[in-house]
Design a protein around this ligand. Sequence first.
Ligand SMILES: Cc1cc2nc3c(=O)[nH]c(=O)nc-3n(C[C@H](O)[C@H](O)[C@H](O)COP(=O)(O)O)c2cc1C
Length: 420
Amino acid sequence: MRALHWQRKIYLDGFAGKIPAIPANSIQLEQAAVRKMTPEATAYILGGAGNEQTVVDNRQGFEHWQIVPRMLRNVENPDLRIELLGQQLPSPLLLAPIGVLEMAHPLADLAVARAAVTTGVPYIFSNQASVSMEACSAVMGEQMRLFQLYWSRSRDLVTSFVNRAEACGCRAIVLTLDTTMLGWRTQDLALGHLPFLHGKGLAQYTSDPVFQQLLDDFLQQPPTARPSVTATTLRHLIGAVRRYPTGSFLKNLRSGRAMGAISLFSGIYSNPALTWVDLAFLREQTSLPILLKGILHPDDARKAVDYGMNGVIVSTHGGRQVDGSISAIEALPGVVAAVNGQLPILLDSGIRGGADVIKALALGAKAVCLGRPYVYGLALGGQEGVETVIRNLLADLELTLGLSGYKSLAELNPDCLRPV
Ligand SMILES: Cc1cc2nc3c(=O)[nH]c(=O)nc-3n(C[C@H](O)[C@H](O)[C@H](O)COP(=O)(O)O)c2cc1C
């Protein structure tokens, strides 16, 4: 839908007394979602690492650049189309991989997958999804999807995830490099709450044949440390067993399968020993393009080229991993210079409005990934909430592009901006 139609619809609805349930302003959107979500969901979704300076800097970094609008240049119907990985896309927007969406809404990834279809925006499935990639793909038809991989300690599991992603029509593997360990997430720590321990965000694992085989082997071993048994432990245990997707509650409780899956996951999901050399293994497993997510240093960007990768995503994981790290938008020019046009560069971390997208593209990104805002839309209104957040952002982008004097994204370059 073109920006002016969407804008007019909102005003006409308002004329008829219907005020939007999903705020157009990103700060108000976040505030509305916080009012709706549980304290645990708020901590997990909003929270960043340490003192959350990088969460702040991801936003402030955009303020170091200003658009200098141009006039009288015929900007009717600005063109938002781009080409990425050989695909024509209607806009430069993708949905970032976000784990444990069941904390925001019961339909979780499925609602997002449907919203991706109705808005024509590609969706990057999370390795920590609440709904399996097969179930999401089943509702997506031809709509572009990608799979985000966390490289676990089991290479067989890595291979299985990648094979499944290929089989369900994903167009690329997004390998996230910045989470070889979980960051020091102070809001989650304050509540002593980690969703995975409650069996949330494990759908890609519990639906995987290799993981199930690993679980059979794991359950043969003597159990490791268990938390002390209190009424709360029992309540959480029951919740985790209920969440296990297959088999009866009693069977899963007695066999220890549900809790075993959580323990096994905790032991293998990440692999801090990974190095650049390991990428050759992934390359052998798939003919899909591989994008590296979490690149911030120009030297790493150059290595991505040298190691035959197909793209990079400049990202701080939304400030959730290294507190005090450079913000994504400030890292972008260095990465763009290092890559020198040899790979497409995407950016996430701090995208909250059309102007942010314009700045990222003017500085050399090909596309951007939207993160937390669509989760706020999900929390507030399920699929429709996600659709509204996407439509608002695209309308804002189209209008801001035209009002800045550009008829297409291809016209953007660093000269469109002024450093502050
Ligand atoms: C609640 C939450 C869960 C996330 N889960 C994942 C994940 O499973 N895999 C991943 O690569 N990135 C994950 N990310 C990072 C996002 O893909 C993206 O980099 C980040 O949200 C961008 O920051 P922004 O949302 O502040 O714009 C997560 C981010 C949030 C907020």
